[in-house]
Design a protein around this ligand. Structure first.
Ligand code: PSU
Ligand code: MN
Length: 299
């Protein structure tokens, strides 16, 4: 396993010395955000984690190596190359065997981060149960159910079936705590009306729950959810219209599978005059900052 992992020296040193580390995914860079905001955001997230006193570890697969802590050149090529693979858990073995380059999703990022010894991960939104007749369920969900790591996010993207996603998490025993909030956020919007399992106020509260999970030998992730900062929220009613159009477009163009999420996100950004993009960046930044605070509290 360890010769397949390529951990940057700074990250390896921090893990070894039990200093705070925050893992970050790369699909959001390669597929989730448009250029040039994707590169700016990737760099900014790393800076924010550093400013908050933790070491950032952006993860991807480079030449078949599971790479933990990307160099700036590696991040730039993920952001600039229009033809980067999206690597989920099922692709990890292929990527290693065939020497692929690719961006990792939440699922494959937490798979790798956990095996590298990292305990905190931040992203924008997790994948979930898609809308529509075909039961398209993101591999993020089963991976959350079997990876003991803290995942800081703003819920699941609004393009998904949020009630079904919430039910899935409950069925598979993924604990969801609201960080200073009382309901599951809906990504661009602050509320979904769907319940969390408990509210927490501080990094110490989060760690109390995580430590209890570890003492109990619970294998699932601890999902820590927090809403987009109020200033950048896109109200749900406003969103519904652009989302409906994007969904119709996807159906019309027969876009499905791994291409669906990136397509819907870009359509919504375009049709909202950039409001969803600004919200997406704001929540990514906020989540990275809070994750760093949790990682710091851990040591
Ligand atoms: N959230 C975002 N932007 C993204 C994603 C999530 O705001 O690009 C990515 C994540 O990497 C997540 C993936 O793991 O979408 C889910 O894709 P799928 O539904 O194909 O599993
Ligand atoms: Mn899918």
């Amino acid at each position: 396993m360890h010769e397949l992992l390529n951990i940057a020296p700074e990250v390896a040193g921090a893990i070894r010395d039990h200093r705070p580390v925050v893992a970050l995914e790369s699909t959001v860079i390669a597929h989730g955000l448009p250029r040039p905001q994707n590169l700016q955001t990737a760099r900014r997230l790393q800076d924010l984690v550093r400013e908050a006193g933790a070491v950032p570890a952006t993860i991807a697969v480079i030449n078949g190596k599971l790479t933990v802590g990307l160099s700036d050149d590696q991040i730039r090529s993920l952001a600039d190359d229009g033809d980067i693979r999206k690597i989920s858990t099922r692709d990890i073995s292929l990527a290693v065997a065939q020497g692929w380059n690719g961006a990792t999703t939440v699922a494959s990022t937490i798979w790798i981060a956990h095996r590298a010894g990292i305990k905190v991960f931040a992203t924008g939104g997790i994948g979930g149960v898609h809308r529509g007749a075909l039961p398209d369920v993101s591999a993020d969900l089963p991976e959350l159910a079997r990876t003991p790591i803290i995942v800081v996010c703003s819920g699941a993207k609004i393009v998904l079936d949020l009630p079904a996603t919430r039910e899935w998490l409950e069925t598979h025993a993924v604990t969801v705590v609201g960080y200073q909030c009382d309901e599951l956020p809906a990504f661009y919007s602050r509320g979904s009306g769907l319940p969390i399992d408990a509210r927490v106020e501080t990094p110490a509260d989060v760690l109390n729950v995580f430590h209890a999970q570890q003492a109990l030998g619970i294998e699932s992730a601890l999902l820590v959810v927090m809403p987009v900062p109020a200033k950048f929220e896109v109200p749900a009613e406003e969103l519904q219209l652009v989302l409906n159009t994007a969904l119709e477009d996807a159906e019309w163009k027969e876009i499905a599978g791994p291409a669906l999420t990136p397509f819907l996100l870009s359509q919504m950004a375009e049709r909202s005059g950039g409001a969803t993009l600004r919200a997406n960046i704001a929540l990514l930044e906020n989540n990275a900052r809070v994750a760093a605070g949790i990682a710091r509290e851990m040591v």
